[in-house]
Design a protein around this ligand. Structure first.
Ligand code: LLP
Length: 414
């Protein structure tokens, strides 16, 4: 792999001085996202899948500079809601590169999406149920349509993200050819799509192979019926190493397995990475506010909590933590439990070996570029944190820190 574009950026690789001065300038908790790294990740993905279209799953991080940088690199943008669709269009992503994957969409979502498509016939909509297809037709939509398939095979870093085997997602595999056949009377049928789940790991590609080979079979069956597909989208889920001892995904091996499994199809392959493009491009900076010796544990309270980064609370996800204290080399390593300020037991970043933390220390939480800010909440009436974006050695604020006025802005006061 090219030395200028390593397959992973570890938390230890981030320049401490730079992060320290950003924390001083913008206060903490602070999301820092390096756009140059996002571009590197995209280029590695595009190189591994040279014949495929790469659609970025925007749900991982929708901040405008990310959408713009990826579109500028040539990525399409896959949106999970009309809100994301609006964001992609606002970021001036060309509509022919934008897809909307509707999951049990409320009426208002379909109304909005169809309204956006009225002047943009290049948009593609993906429906995961026959009902969604009917409801699009009822709204007069007759544009580009893709069907999301339930491939019957799921994978993922946690049971809560193994979508492929979950009946909630996609049209049952065996029903897809008939649905495509009938849909082509009303729509421009362009593709089939499936997503196994989040967190393809290099150790076990069997679920991925199985999904891809099922999609290849389906594409051939559909072609046999005389339906021309433009693309076969095999979803995202390309994993990243969250622990320092985990190896990065061998993307070339995944791409090779994909090519083998899909077989010969008369359509372009599409992949939909989210996390892979943004996770290691982001860190969350936070300061230690409390150090407490308790029976059986040293508890280190920090400013960021589950409201800022929800993954540990929801999926028991591990995120590496690094001390950016000037004196870290002189301090003994301690096993500590890092917790946030939210009044919930699940508000914890787990156990970490850190140079004995002290009040005021700056900590960096790694791999925070994917599903970090996106899943942030205002629980406990906590304003959401700020984000800055780094590009070409300069830092630009991307989201200001919320205030209590933002938290209460929607409240009716009589
Ligand atoms: N395509 C579709 C249709 C998806 O539903 C998803 C993720 C992706 C692509 C991108 O998956 P990725 O490459 O980022 O793994 N909040 C969870 C992840 C949920 C992902 C849901 N769908 C997490 O923080 O791990």
């Amino acid at each position: 792999m090219n030395a200028d574009n390593p397959p992973v950026r570890r938390l230890a690789d981030w320049p401490a001085d730079r992060l320290d001065s950003l924390a001083d300038e913008y206060d903490t908790p602070l999301y820092v996202l390096d756009l140059d790294r996002v571009r590197e990740n995209y280029r590695r993905m595009a190189r591994a899948f040279p014949d495929a279209d790469v659609h970025y799953a925007a749900k991982a991080n929708t901040v405008r500079p990310v959408l713009q940088a990826l579109a500028d690199e040539g990525a399409g943008i896959e949106c999970a809601s009309p809100g994301e669709l609006q964001r992609a269009l606002d970021a001036e992503v060309p509509p022919e590169h934008v897809q909307y994957t509707a999951v049990n969409p409320p009426d208002g979502d379909l109304d909005r999406a169809v309204e956006l498509a009225a002047d943009r016939p290049e948009l593609t909509f993906t429906a995961g149920a026959a009902d969604t297809v009917d409801r699009l037709a009822e709204r007069g939509y007759d544009g580009r349509l893709c069907i999301r398939v339930n491939p019957g095979v799921g994978a993922g870093h946690h049971e809560k993200v193994a979508t492929g085997a979950d009946a909630k997602f996609g049209v049952p595999y065996d029903d897809v050819p008939d649905l495509l056949d009938s849909a082509r009377e009303d729509f421009d049928v362009v593709g089939i799509h499936a997503h196994a789940g989040s967190g393809i790991s290099g150790e076990d590609l069997s679920a991925h192979r199985e999904l891809v080979s099922r999609m290849g079979d389906l594409a051939r069956e559909v072609a046999h019926r005389g339906i021309d597909l433009e693309f076969v989208d095999i979803g995202g889920g390309f994993g990243v190493p969250y622990s320092p001892d985990e190896d990065p995904l061998n993307l070339d091996a995944v791409a090779e397995a994909t090519r083998e499994a899909v077989g010969s199809i008369d359509a372009t392959l599409a992949v939909e990475p989210g996390r892979y493009l943004v996770a290691d491009a982001g860190v969350l900076l936070t300061r230690v506010n409390t150090v407490k010796e308790a029976p059986g544990a040293t508890v280190v309270g920090v400013g960021a909590g589950m409201t800022d980064l929800a993954r540990p609370a929801i999926y028991d996800a591990h995120h590496e933590i690094r001390s950016l204290s000037d004196e870290w080399e002189d301090r003994p390593t301690r096993e500590v439990t890092v917790v946030g300020p939210v009044c919930e037991s699940s508000d914890t970043f787990g156990e970490h070996d850190l140079p004995a933390p002290e009040r005021g220390d700056l900590l960096a939480i790694g791999n925070a570029g994917a599903y970090g800010y996106e899943m942030a909440s205002q629980y406990n009436s906590r304003p959401r944190p700020a984000s800055v974006v780094l590009a070409d050695d300069s830092a630009t604020p991307a989201r200001r820190r919320e205030t209590m006025a933002d938290v209460t802005a929607v409240e009716e006061r009589r």
